[in-house]
Design a protein around this ligand. Structure first.
Ligand SMILES: Cc1cc2nc3c(=O)[nH]c(=O)nc-3n(C[C@H](O)[C@H](O)[C@H](O)COP(=O)(O)OP(=O)(O)OC[C@H]3O[C@@H](n4cnc5c(N)ncnc54)[C@H](O)[C@@H]3O)c2cc1C
Length: 420
């Protein structure tokens, strides 16, 4: 009998892993607390980098990889660093890769979820909120859910996100903390008419806007052109501009330390959040102010930024972790989902080899975890550094950084070397 693998959490990492294990013919179920696929989902686009693209390519069946490619938007390949007056500091050019599995993509989080859920009707169980586990004498694990049910599994994969209940029980010393940074994000609708009202760079590709000190703004277009649907993929399921995955927009995310926002920030409506950001950037370039002013208040949300604290190795067992459940990170490098996808691919390869060749699954999990800890915690540290730079309060450090960016822009070979 093939061992049974239970995945807790049907988010980006858990579903990608389920697709890969299922493609390999293994016995897998996903337990997801949300009752329907669209519950609690935020509506912004996700940048998929070559790690994420390779994982999706390898784990998805060919027709779903095709569906993913057809339903992505243009996000622009080149990354700009600009001042708050929209003066270019430097542009990091990324040539298009020959193989889309090695490339960058911009995808709606909702559309990605539709891709990842396709064909998994008999694998994903919605409305299953995991609560705790018990080890059984035969080495299996019994999982208990809030609805009073339980399930036994040979291997358990915790993919239950940043507030992982599995991590709380299995690795209680692994902590996740508040960074003291808050971001407010929104969607500026991108149409032929609104495009003319923005500096071209804002619709051409992603940018970080660096003002003199204390705050930062990230912008990224998600341009669908003529939206394409593929079966039920790319179709909007919920009303409202936030969950609309058929329209083009520029995502913006403004960040600063909590103390720079009004004390009642966490109670504010979308409209109040938008007005607050508008006030904080009132001396910036008019196009940046327009980006915020013309945003539909329904798409504006508050995101307190948290991060995990890397821990040392733990003994491998039949319970393991992928994605935010073990290495949640600030979104400032846009690599949390990509790292979750990378985990899913690597764990899928290791488990498939072990379980189809009669190998030892715990040894396979140990190999996966040792590799994952290295790149996963490096990503956590790097993302925290990026978050601290994003809101950096030292005018001197900011001026130095901008001078450095202007310098590398003048010397392309230096730029290529520094940002390699
Ligand atoms: C604003 C923002 C923008 C971002 N942009 C990017 C980007 O461009 N690129 C990028 O790579 N990353 C990005 N990230 C990070 C990325 O969203 C996460 O790293 C990624 O979603 C992690 O995937 P995951 O599968 O580990 O967890 P999740 O996607 O959070 O999935 C966890 C799942 O587990 C379920 N769950 C939780 N608890 C339980 C329970 N007790 N029982 C059952 N189910 C449970 C949840 O409902 C959820 O479906 C962004 C994050 C934010 C906040």
């Amino acid at each position: 009998m093939t061992p049974h693998i239970a995945i807790i959490g049907g988010g980006i990492g858990g579903l990608c892993l389920a697709q890969g294990l299922r493609k390999a013919g293994l016995d897998v179920t996903v337990h997801e607390r949300d009752r329907t696929p669209a519950d609690r989902l935020q509506g912004y686009r996700v940048h998929i980098d070559p790690h994420g693209a390779r994982a999706l390519h390898d784990c998805l069946p060919a027709h779903l990889w095709e569906a993913f490619l057809r339903t992505t938007g243009q996000g622009g390949q080149d990354f700009g660093f600009l001042t708050e007056r929209l003066n270019l500091l430097t542009l990091l050019e990324t040539p298009k890769a020959g193989d889309p599995a090695d490339d960058h993509h911009s995808v709606s989080r909702i559309t990605l979820r539709q891709v990842l859920l396709s064909g998994l009707d008999d694998v994903v169980r919605f409305g299953k909120t995991y609560e705790r586990y018990e080890r059984l004498p035969d080495g299996r694990t019994r999982l208990f859910f809030a609805d009073g049910t339980s399930e036994d599994a040979d291997i358990v994969v915790a993919a239950d996100g940043g507030n992982s209940r599995v991590r709380e029980q299995h690795l209680p010393h692994a902590k996740r903390v508040d960074t003291g940074i808050i971001t407010v994000a929104g969607k500026f609708p991108l149409t032929d008419a609104t495009r003319k009202r923005l500096a071209p760079r804002l619709a051409d590709g992603p940018n970080t806007i660096i003002p003199p000190r204390g705050m930062g703004l990230f912008t990224a277009p998600h341009d669908l052109g003529e939206p394409v649907t593929y079966g039920g993929i790319g179709v909007t399921e919920d009303e409202g501009a936030l969950m609309d995955n058929t329209s083009s927009y520029v995502l913006w995310a403004f960040g600063a330390t909590t103390g720079r926002f009004p004390p009642e920030i966490s109670e504010m409506s979308g409209g109040q959040l938008k007005d607050t950001v508008a006030r904080m950037i009132r001396s910036w370039h008019p196009d940046l102010r327009r980006l915020v002013d013309m945003t539909d208040a329904d798409t504006v949300t508050l995101l307190p930024i948290r991060t995990s604290i890397p821990i040392g190795p733990w003994p491998a067992s039949t319970i393991t972790f992928i994605g935010d459940a073990i290495h949640s990170m600030t979104p400032m490098r846009g690599i949390g989902a990509n790292t979750a996808l990378r985990d899913a691919r690597l764990l899928c390869v290791e488990l498939t080899h072990a379980l189809t060749d009669g190998g030892d699954p715990v040894a396979a999990i140990a190999r996966y975890e040792s590799h994952m800890r290295e790149y996963g915690f490096a990503a956590v540290r790097g993302s925290l550094r990026s978050a601290e730079q994003f809101i950096g309060d030292s005018r001197v450090a900011r001026t130095g950084f901008k001078t450095f960016l202007r310098l590398v822009q003048r010397f392309p070979s230096l730029k290529a070397k520094v940002f390699a």
